[in-house]
Write a protein that binds this ligand. Structure first.
Ligand code: ADP
Length: 342
């Protein structure tokens, strides 16, 4: 067995690169997207909403335009009315945040002081500056508003003849004239991960996946999955064992002499065994499993390493085989919450 100790040491010494901090135990949070009309607030908020809902999180979107039609009708566009609009959105966001919801606010909210006021009120709050130069917003003119402003139909339009006070130190800045929507949204997800907001939120639609495989020896299989990998044995029959494999149901049927057949397929410029199954763990779980595998002298098919560097799905990964030759991939995303597709 040969293990590249340098690679392994590098991994254990790597600071938690965007990894969930276990000390932080938080639930709801308001993600406040501020910026000029056409900057990209609505687009990013839709992307985030879809991503978070797919993961089973509770999400509410408070869109400035929709709120004005339903909650703050009658308010105009004077500074007082704009501030009042933001305060009311803040009130709703606060209620929802306290009830464990991811609240995505998409509102121009041009004035710094009232943004600061709602930030203080809510506490669990991140300010995202959705930033694109006015010329870019005007060129996009998604809602045709800039044209109407230039035609003189609309007055007091933020960025043209009304002020926009950009955040002085936003938690996240998305340069939407230079980034893809995916990149902008990933920045926000990374920040939420760093701040620990995914820690205490449990996906509500967590339906366990089930996999049934053949194994040569029940004893070696039990030793591998239960004693070495560390997953729990839930049920045992005369010729099968059922494991809780990180929340999924793994059933191993005794088939004497069985040996799994894998072929090698290239993924991210390296050959990996296919088929394989596995799990995406937190960095802490990944690291302690890696240590256990080393202690037990388990042979890696692919030693622990980092791949897809700089991409949304950047991850630590290692490949191994169970005693019957089934390929197993264990990974840990560095930039997005566990289980999120980046
Ligand atoms: P807002 O809600 O801020 O008024 P919209 O989201 O309605 O802005 O419009 C922003 C436009 O910019 C959309 O056409 C969108 O496709 C485009 N766009 C380009 N890059 C990005 C990005 N990184 N994030 C968000 N939108 C982007």
């Amino acid at each position: 067995m040969s293990i590249d100790t340098q690679v392994l040491q590098e991994i254990s010494l790597t600071p938690s690169l965007g990894v969930i901090s276990h000390e932080e135990q938080k639930c709801g949070v308001t993600i406040w997207l501020t910026g000029l009309s056409g900057g990209g607030k609505t687009t990013i908020s839709r992307f985030l909403e879809k991503e978070l809902r797919t993961q089973g999180y509770r999400v509410a979107v408070l869109d400035g335009d929709v709120v004005r039609q339903n909650l703050t009708q009658g308010l105009g566009f004077s500074r007082e009315d704009r501030d009042e609009n933001v305060r009311r959105i803040g009130f709703m966001a606060d209620l929802l945040t306290q009830n464990g919801v991811f609240v995505i606010v998409s509102a121009i909210s041009p004035y710094r002081s009232v943004r600061q006021e709602v930030r203080q009120r809510i506490g669990d709050f991140i300010e995202v500056y959705v930033n694109a130069p006015l010329e870019v917003c005007e060129q996009r003119d998604v809602k045709g508003l800039y044209k109407r402003v230039r035609d003189g139909e609309i007055k007091h339009f933020t960025g043209i003849d009304d002020p926009y006070e950009s955040p002085l130190s936003p938690d996240v800045e998305c340069r939407t004239d230079q980034e893809s929507v995916d990149e902008s949204a990933t920045k926000i997800l990374v920040k939420l991960t760093e701040l620990g907001y995914f820690q205490n939120q449990k996906a509500s639609s967590n339906i366990p996946f089930h996999l049934s495989i053949s194994v040569d020896s029940l004893e070696l299989t039990r030793n591998f999955y239960k004693d070495i990998i560390g997953v729990s044995e839930r049920r045992t029959g005369r010729s099968s064992i059922h494991f809780d494999f990180y929340g999924c149901q793994l059933t191993c049927h005794h088939v004497p002499g069985y040996s799994a057949k894998n072929i090698q397929r290239e993924v991210g410029a390296e050959d990996v065994p296919v088929p394989h199954f596995g799990a995406a763990l937190t960095f802490q779980e990944f690291s302690s499993l890696k240590e256990r595998l080393i202690d037990y002298g388990i042979k890696f098919i692919k030693k622990p390493h980092i791949r897809f560097i700089g991409k949304g799905h950047e991850q630590y990964v290692m490949f191994l085989e169970d005693p019957s030759g089934h390929g197993i991939e264990i990974k840990s995303f560095t930039r997005v919450p566990v289980g999120t597709w980046a």
